[in-house]
Design a protein around this ligand. Structure first.
Ligand SMILES: Nc1ncnc2c1ncn2[C@@H]1O[C@H](COP(=O)(O)OP(=O)(O)OP(=O)(O)O)[C@@H](O)[C@H]1O
Ligand SMILES: [Mg+2]
Length: 280
């Protein structure tokens, strides 16, 4: 799809494939703190979409308003609209979005530390406060992609390694059988090899389970490697967007996001004023 129509996100043909569309969205916290403004984006069925940008750019805020979690933090879409499969879901609550097949993996590997790995996985079987299925086979999807978890089912999740916890939160989300998976900083604090393994697994899940994904991450290289399309945010706005393979060729991305010395260099390593200078 052409970049312009993605950003506009309003034509009939786009609506056929679009899972999520944001149309000129503004988001405020506490009725007055403007976190995001004028954001339009479109996520196509089956795609992995990268949402990139520095600290405070608004990545998590966007994900939270799509999943409905933002409202629990007194966030509100104060202008514009959010659509899910063509339905206007602006300011819907998390329960309503979970029922529509959206699962949000929050930043920071939020496991229940005092529960075992198995108990954490079982939490994925609840929807809207009710268990929606009862079947031991539900674990299969978790073990298919993360066989390591089978070995540590009785371990308290708080004692699992960072990598195992990241696997656990993804596996828990899969048990929920989402249509759209929102991942916030899945690479944060993990060793490069582990990030590579987990991101490769995300691609397998995307392809085999047909799950559309939005991945918000500061590791631009890794995320664009697995993404079909990318949006770059700064100061609450979209600064760049393009198919991922074209985005990595953009000079701003090469210089400021990918760095020159290390493929795992993070945006935060790069001096912020430079990018403003380039983009204003
Ligand atoms: N619950 C909240 N209440 C008030 N302001 C918030 C809240 N959450 C985020 N903000 C503010 O909104 C802006 C966007 O924050 P957000 O967390 O969406 O950025 P981010 O791109 O996810 O950053 P990071 O890379 O640090 O996760 C920031 O200025 C932040 O301080
Ligand atoms: Mg964030």
């Amino acid at each position: 799809m052409p970049a312009e129509s993605r950003a506009a996100g309003t034509t009939e043909s786009d609506a056929d494939r679009a899972v999520v569309e944001l149309d000129n969205v503004e988001i405020v916290y506490d009725d007055h703190f403007l976190a995001v403004q004028g954001v339009s984006m479109s996520v196509d069925e089956g795609d992995i979409v990268a949402l990139l940008g520095p600290n405070g750019a608004g990545k998590s805020t966007i994900l939270k308003m799509i999943s409905g979690i933002g409202r629990t933090e007194r966030g509100e879409v104060s202008r514009g609209n959010v659509f899910y499969r063509g339905e206007d879901v602006t300011n819907f609550g998390a329960n309503e979005m979970v029922d529509r097949g959206i699962t949000h993996i929050l930043e920071g590997r939020r496991v229940f530390e005092d529960l075992t790995v198995e108990e954490n996985l079982r939490c994925g079987l609840y929807r809207g406060g009710r268990r929606f299925r009862f079947d031991e086979d539900d674990y299969d999807i978790a073990f298919d992609y993360f066989p390591q978890l089978k070995e540590i089912m009785d371990l308290k999740a708080g004692y699992a390694s960072g990598g195992q916890q990241q696997m656990l939160v993804i596996a828990r989300a899969l048990i929920h059988r989402p249509e759209l998976l929102l991942l916030d900083e899945p690479s944060l604090g993990l060793a490069p090899k582990l990030v590579q393994d987990i991101f490769e697994t995300l691609v397998e899940i995307n392809e085999q389970e047909d799950i559309t994904m939005i991945v918000a991450d500061q590791n631009a290289k890794r995320t664009l490697d697995i993404a079909d399309y990318g949006y770059v945010m700064e100061n609450g706005q979209i600064e760049l967007h393009d198919p991922a393979d074209q985005l990595v060729q953009r000079e701003e991305i090469k210089e400021f996001y990918l760095g020159t010395s290390s493929e795992d260099s993070r945006y935060t390593d790069i001096r912020h004023y430079k990018i403003r200078k380039r983009w204003t």
